[in-house]
Design a protein around this ligand. Structure first.
Ligand SMILES: [Zn+2]
Length: 145
């Protein structure tokens, strides 16, 4: 991400960056999901089985999205969370594509597509944020021994 001038884990200001600009910056597989609403193959992503403690950031802009405390093992094959770290970490958009009624989840800072949210998750929220590993950056917790 060193060639991405917009990536910042401490910044929450909304970004207005065109897809033409993102295309120059992002790896092709990340661009396809984040900016063209793609979906990685189930069980293919690097984080769907991750149980390590740490933080998940938007791979496009560095926005803090989830903590591992809110991650749960789902059989769907994508990393799943029951809540975002802040209410405004993400935004929700009704999605009627592919003949389904779903709710799309986008990054609250850069508007990149992250995945979808379903209401079949575990307590306490009963929500399931079904995310693509490719648009997440994971930072393992550093333990002070
Ligand atoms: Zn973002």
């Amino acid at each position: 991400m060193s060639n991405n001038p917009y990536y910042n884990r401490n910044e929450v200001t909304h970004l207005n960056v065109s897809n033409a600009e993102w295309k120059k910056i992002l790896p092709a597989d990340v661009y396809k999901i984040a900016r063209e609403r793609g979906t990685e193959w189930a069980f293919s992503g690097k984080y769907w089985r991750t149980e390590t403690h740490g933080d998940y950031y938007c791979a496009v802009c560095g926005n803090h999205l989830f903590k591992s405390d809110a991650k749960f093992m789902s059989s769907c094959g994508w990393p799943s969370f029951f809540e975002s770290i802040r209410k405004d970490s993400v935004r929700y958009i009704p999605d009627h594509t592919h003949g389904m009624t779903r709710v799309e989840v986008v990054c609250g800072r850069c508007d990149s597509h992250l995945g979808h949210i379903f209401d079949d998750g575990p307590a306490p929220t009963h929500q399931r944020f079904c995310m693509n590993s490719l648009v997440l950056d994971f930072e393992p917790e550093t333990t002070t021994a």
